[in-house]
Design a protein around this ligand. Structure first.
Ligand code: 6PG
Length: 467
């Protein structure tokens, strides 16, 4: 029997595009595919096994469009930035107004806002897709942006291909108009950076402060993954720490160069948080630490000049687990607060509990704690999570250990930027009488900027104004 003409298409058969196309085909949606290099398309189709029957390979963009039944829905999986704009310009020559193009790459949400507003001659959505290759193939988390009408049109496909949370809910949802989906994905990636950095920091304390080897660290992380910290990133960190180097037979982790790469999405979150005036210091610290990690020559010169850090901390390993729990709560509290501010700024109806629910499975930051976050946010969507009763209890239990860990880091020369930033933010946020009265006094002194008085009296300037 001939296959019905696909209404779904996909452009860009790189690692993520190919995995997504197979996932879509497997869930019973016929799909037409096209890649700029024709041999890639042919190889992909030849390697699709039983799913090949659901897939229509095409050689040209015109061929892709002709192979599909209108109204078409074409997923773009090309590198973010100019390649997306170039592809949209090409598609404009072929598509009808009711056709829909879905940018599923890691676009900057400002680009998605711009593309939505620029009056493309077809419908347009931007969706954040998380979960790496395995997620794309077997169930990613999908954060969709665009009109409600286009979401409704695609929801069946997105929900079918997405990961499912433990309660069976698909991890695909509509985040809001225009760039909302890519924005939520950027915050996801910022949190991804922070989660990874905080795990790297406690790994560093275990390695340099406590003198533990990678094979000793692996089971500790694996044990944490059985408790409050249960998450994909802790799970894979245990696996990374336990891996044996096939070349030397020693721990592979000890052979990996200590310079982290980045494509930029974590940085966008830090920049946007500053623009919105809702800082995300744990994420900012993680971005900073990645940048510092790549300056290996300078770091070596620093060590030669100042000598190695004193190291040798005295600390129970349990403190590190507690510190990680506290740091994680504080990081997410910052991330959700930032999203609340963005919803106001950009006019998006971002649904905080829905975001926490979408992140429960499929994505890189999936974790057990997101269930509790979804519940806390359902009770009060705009509340800073550190003020939610469930997390306040957890923070009361875990911040003493976070304090000890940060203090040990400071005493023994172990850099812990993300954990320290989390603690500093916590201390600022739990202090009713802060120190900005001094800032206001200074501003008035040198710039006559004025200040408000605690007693409400009308006294716009200090006595220095008259001198
Ligand atoms: C995901 C990831 C993914 C990201 C990589 C690399 O959710 O699947 O966030 O989208 O591209 O993790 O990001 P960096 O190169 O910036 O580390």
């Amino acid at each position: 029997m001939a296959m019905t003409k696909p209404q779904v298409g996909l452009i860009g058969l790189g690692t993520m595009g190919a995995a997504l196309a197979l996932n879509i085909a497997e869930k019973g949606f016929p799909i037409a595919v096209w890649n700029r290099t024709a041999s890639v398309t042919a190889e992909f189709h030849a390697g699709a096994g039983a799913l090949a029957a659901q897939i229509v390979p095409t050689d040209t963009l015109a061929g892709l469009v002709a192979a599909m039944a209108p109204p078409r829905s074409i997923i773009l999986m090309v590198p973010a930035g100019k390649p997306v704009d170039d592809m949209l310009a090409q598609l404009a020559k072929h598509l009808a107004p009711e056709d829909l193009v879905i940018d599923a790459g890691n676009a900057n949400f400002h680009d998605t806002n711009r593309r939505t507003a620029q009056g493309l001659p077809f419908r347009f959505m931007g969706i954040g897709v998380s979960g790496g290759e395995a997620g794309a193939r077997h169930g990613p988390a999908i954060m969709a942006g665009g009109t409600r009408q286009d979401w409704d049109r695609m929801a069946g496909v997105f929900r079918a291909i997405a990961a499912q949370a433990d309660d069976g809910t698909p991890c695909a949802d509509h985040m809001g108009e225009a760039g909302a989906g890519h924005f939520v994905k950027a915050v996801h990636n910022g949190i991804e950076y922070a989660d990874m950095q905080m795990i790297a920091e406690v790994y560093g304390v275990m390695r340099d402060g406590l003198g533990l080897t990678a094979p000793q660290i692996a089971p500790i992380l694996a044990r944490w993954n059985e408790g409050v910290l249960r998450s994909y990133l802790v799970e894979i960190s245990a696996a990374v720490a336990g891996a044996v180097d096939p070349v030397t037979g020693g721990p592979l982790l000890d052979m990996i160069v200590d310079a982290a790469g980045q494509k930029g999405t974590g940085r966008w979150t830090a920049i946007e948080a500053q623009n919105l005036g809702t800082p995300v210091p744990v994420i900012e610290a993680a971005v900073m630490a990645r940048n510092v990690s790549s300056r290996r020559g300078e770091r070596a010169a620093g060590e030669a000049l100042y000598g190695p850090a004193p190291t040798r901390a005295t600390l129970p390993v349990g403190d590190l687990e507690q510190a990680l729990i506290a740091g994680k709560i504080l990081c997410y509290a910052q991330g959700f607060t930032m999203m609340t501010a963005a919803a106001d700024e950009f006019g998006w109806a971002l649904d905080m509990p829905a975001i926490a629910r979408v992140w429960r499975a499929g994505c890189i930051i999936r974790s057990a704690m997101l269930n509790d976050m979804a519940e806390a946010l359902a009770q009060d969507p705009t509340r800073n999570l550190m003020l939610a009763p469930f997390f306040a209890d957890l923070l009361r239990q875990t911040t003493p250990a976070l304090r000890r860990v940060v203090a040990q880091g400071a005493l023994h020369g172990l850099g812990l930027p993300a954990l320290s930033a989390g603690l500093a933010w916590f201390d600022l946020m739990r202090t009713a009488r802060g120190t900005a009265n001094m800032i206001q006094g200074q501003r008035d002194y040198f710039g006559l900027h004025g200040f408000r008085r605690l007693d409400g009296l009308d006294h716009p300037h200090g006595p220095w104004a008259s001198s």
